[in-house]
Design a protein around this ligand. Sequence first.
Ligand code: CP
Ligand code: NVA
Length: 307
Amino acid sequence: MQIKHFLQFNDFSREEFEYLFERTRWIKQEFKQYRRYWPLQDRTLAMIFDKHSTRTRLSFEAGMHQLGGAAIYLSTRDTQLGRGEPVEDAARVISRMVDIVMIRTNGHDIIRRFAANSRVPVINGLTDEYHPCQIMGDIYTFIEQRGSIAGKTIAWIGDSNNVCNTWLQAAEVFGFNVHVSTPPGYEVEPERAGLYGTDHYEEFSNPHDAVKDADLVTTDVWTSMGFEAETEERKKDFADFRVDAEMMACTRKDTLFMHCLPAHRGEEVAAEVIEGPQSIVWEEAENRLHTQKALIEYLLLGRLKEV
Ligand code: CP
Ligand code: NVA
């Protein structure tokens, strides 16, 4: 039987996400009521980090504990992966010892190679190209606030990075539109974004035009992890792409604001926006926990009959 992995957003169908969101609602409600749900006793998650993390590590580690299982944190810094052990060898060994693996790494090819050699499901916890767990949580959060996302418009302001690419894939899966506004030279690369020739996104040179009809405005750091050498140049190039009060004034009152975090106030987002009434960034961060618990449950136990 082929193992199911979650390496990029379109590995799952809309119908599978709808199932996951139904499970998420139930899992979240049980958690809020302090009710024990331990379907994964004796199951272990290995988490491999090549890059920094607060939310991803915590939500996977806490989530696995809350489901009755255990999580092990492995950093490239102190495993043999950091000393040149081939990713294929690491995958074969690690996947004989645990039930599921989450990886945050650099190039997407690394996670693909790991998955190709793994006996157990592999989850992408962020690569240079994609961040599918983030967008799964973001879409759940949007639906929680607004009922549905199909046909809605999301404005992405800033860098066409891993998070942006994943929004674009998600737009194809869920049938919504993305208005992308990046500085010249930082435009979407459709192949890198893994798109099939989509008509679900439109590029705007002026970010104010991009946000005008949006139901959600979202942004991310100007310099992603691994690209630090470009920081100073990017600060100049992105200076007109800060989501601030003036930009949010072009939106409707009920337009929401999200940011995957960590945020740099005064760079990609002004403090008044992230702390303002349209911002739902804390709900967004919390839902990483609940959606990923549903994801782990699905990858390990399959579809539960009672849903
Ligand atoms: N949004 C997100 O993935 O945060 P971390 O880098 O803290 O995991
Ligand atoms: N685009 C950012 C997201 C961090 C969660 C990065 O890759 O650093």
